[in-house]
Write a protein that binds this ligand. Structure first.
Ligand code: EPZ
Length: 419
C-alpha cells in the first residue's frame, strides 16, 4: 500500500511551477481523435488520469508517446470504436470521448461511467444533446451503444446546467458535423476555451468560448497541431491553500492569473496577501488565518467546486466560523470525516459545511476518498502538529503531478512510503 507521510507543522516557503491542467488535457486528448494528422500537446501533466486516457486512445488505434512533458498523438489508424468497461470505470470523465468517437467512427460503445466518489454522475445532458445531433443511443445493462446514419448534424442545444463535460462532448461532436451547432448555457470554464483554441488551430470554427453561448460551424476535416495545455488552476489553488494553512509564503509560476480570480477573494478574506504578476503569483499568509464568511461553489466564473476541499482544510486552522455551500456535486464532503480525525471542528448539514477554526490540528492516520478531498487531507497534515499518514494516494495521483515532490520543494516534510 502507498501512503504519504507528513510531519508538521512546517511553514511553506519557496517557489513552484504549476503543472498543466488535468481537466484540459483529457478533452484535448479526445479531440485529437478528430484530426487526420499528428497532434502534439505540450505541458501535459504526468497523471494517472492522463495515462488512462492514453490507454483509451491506444485501444482505439492511436499511437500515443511521451516526449518529455509533451504528448504526441497520431490518430491516423483508429480502428476501434469502443471503450472497455475497465477503462471507463477507471476514469469517470472517459465519457468525454463519446462525442469524438461517434464523430470519427459513426459508432461508439461505452459502458456507463458509473457513480463515483462525488455522488451520482449523470450523463443525461450529454446523451440528450448527442441525440439532438442525430445519434441513436441505446442504453441497456449499463452499456451505451451509439450510432449515426451518416455524419452528425448541427443542432440548437440549451443546457439545463452549464455542464463542463457535456459542453465538451457537444463541441467534439459538432466540429465535424453537418451544419451549425449552438449551445446556450454552455460551461464557461477556462478548459472550454483551451479546447476551443485547440480545435480552431486544427481548422475548426468554434466561437463564443468563455461565454454562455457557443457556436460551432461544422467543417469537413481537421488536421493536428501543436498546443500548449493551460496551467492547472485547481492545482494552483491547492498549493495556495497549503501556503495559507501553514502560514507560509510561496510563489507559483506558470499560472494564468485570470483563471484564479474566482478564488482570490476567499484567500484574502482569510488574511492572505496575494501579489499577481504576468504569469505568477506570490501568496503570503498570516501566522493565524481569519475566516471566510461564506464560500458557495458555482460554475465558472464562480468559486470552483474542485477548490472547496483544499480551501476548507486551510479554514480549519483559521480563527472564526467559515461557511461552505457545495452547489455542484451532491456528495463532496467525504473529506470532512477525516479532517475531524485531525482535530478540525466541522458540522455538515446537506450541502452546507460549518467550519469552526481551531488553533491547532494534530497529526493522525487519514484516508482519501476522492481526488480533491485527498488533497485537503494533505493540506491539513502540513499544518498539523506531529505525523499524518494519508492513504488513498491513488486518488491524488489522478490530479496532482508528484504532489509530495512539489510540496517538498516548498519546504514540507512529506514523503511517499510503500508498504
Ligand atoms: C468536470 O466534471 C471536471 N472534470 C470536474 O473536476 C469538475 O468538478 C466539474 O467539471 C465541475 O467544474 C473534468 O473536467 C475531467 P459537470 P464534469 O458535467 O464534466 C451535473 C476534478 O476534481 N450533470 O460540469 O463531470 C452533475 O451531476 C473533477 O478534477 C448532470 O446532471 O462536471 C454535477 O452535479 C471532479 N447531467 C454538475 O452537473 C449531466 O449530463 C456538474 O457536472 C452532466 C452533469
Amino acid at each position: 500500500m502507498v501512503k504519504l507521510l507528513i510531519h508538521g507543522p512546517n511553514r511553506l516557503a519557496g517557489e513552484l511551477n504549476v503543472h498543466g491542467a488535468k481537466n484540459s488535457t483529457l478533452p484535448l486528448m479526445a479531440a485529437a481523435l478528430l484530426c487526420r494528422s499528428e497532434c502534439v500537446l505540450h505541458n501535459c501533466p504526468h497523471l494517472s488520469d492522463v495515462d488512462v486516457s492514453a490507454r483509451i486512445l491506444r485501444h482505439l488505434g492511436c499511437a500515443v508517446t511521451w516526449q518529455g512533458g509533451s504528448l504526441v498523438i497520431d490518430p491516423r489508424c483508429v480502428t476501434q470504436c469502443d471503450i472497455p468497461d475497465g477503462l471507463m470505470r477507471e476514469m469517470r470523465s472517459s465519457i468525454v470521448f463519446l462525442g469524438a468517437i461517434l464523430s470519427r467512427a459513426g459508432r461508439a460503445v461505452l459502458s456507463f461511467p458509473g457513480g463515483c466518489e462525488l455522488g451520482p454522475r449523470p450523463i443525461d445532458l450529454h446523451l440528450q444533446a448527442l441525440r439532438k445531433m442525430g445519434a441513436k443511443i441505446v442504453e441497456d445493462y449499463g452499456c451505451l451503444s451509439c450510432s449515426t446514419e451518416g455524419p452528425l448534424h448541427g443542432a440548437a442545444i440549451g443546457l439545463s446546467f452549464p455542464s463542463v463535460g457535456a459542453t465538451e462532448n457537444i463541441m467534439l461532436a459538432g466540429v465535424l458535423a453537418e451544419g451549425t451547432t449552438v449551445i446556450t448555457n454552455a460551461a464557461r470554464e477556462p478548459e472550454i476555451c483551451d479546447l476551443a483554441d485547440f480545435l480552431n488551430r486544427c481548422g475548426a470554427k468554434v466561437s463564443g468560448a468563455g461565454g454562455s453561448t457557443l457556436v460551432i460551424e461544422g467543417v469537413k476535416r481537421l488536421y493536428g497541431c501543436e498546443h500548449r495545455v493551460i496551467p492547472d488552476r485547481i492545482a494552483a489553488a491547492t498549493f495556495m491553500s497549503a501556503a495559507a494553512a501553514t502560514g507560509g509564503c510561496i510563489r507559483l509560476n506558470q499560472i494564468v492569473p485570470a483563471h484564479l480570480e474566482p478564488v482570490l477573494p476567499s484567500f484574502e478574506e482569510l488574511g492572505c496577501c496575494i501579489e499577481m504578476e504576468e504569469s505568477s503569483l506570490r501568496i503570503s499568509a498570516p501566522a493565524r488565518l481569519g475566516r471566510i464568511k461564506s464560500v458557495r461553489t458555482m460554475p465558472y466564473p464562480g468559486f470552483p467546486t474542485d477548490a472547496q476541499a483544499p480551501l476548507m482544510a486551510a479554514a480549519c486552522v483559521g480563527s472564526g466560523t467559515s461557511i461552505f455551500v457545495e452547489n455542484i456535486f451532491e456528495s463532496r464532503y467525504k473529506h470532512v470525516g477525516e479532517l475531524l480525525r485531525l482535530g478540525a471542528n466541522i458540522k455538515v448539514e446537506g450541502r452546507v459545511a460549518v467550519v469552526e477554526g481551531v488553533p491547532r490540528l494534530s497529526g493522525a492516520p487519514v484516508e482519501a476518498a476522492d481526488l480533491r478531498g485527498g488533497a485537503a487531507l494533505v493540506v491539513a497534515g502540513l499544518a498539523a502538529r506531529g505525523a499524518t499518514e494519508v492513504t488513498g494516494v491513488r486518488y491524488m495521483d489522478r490530479g496532482y503531478e508528484n504532489l509530495e515532490r512539489s510540496l517538498s520543494l516548498l519546504g514540507a516534510d512529506i514523503r511517499r512510503e510503500y508498504e
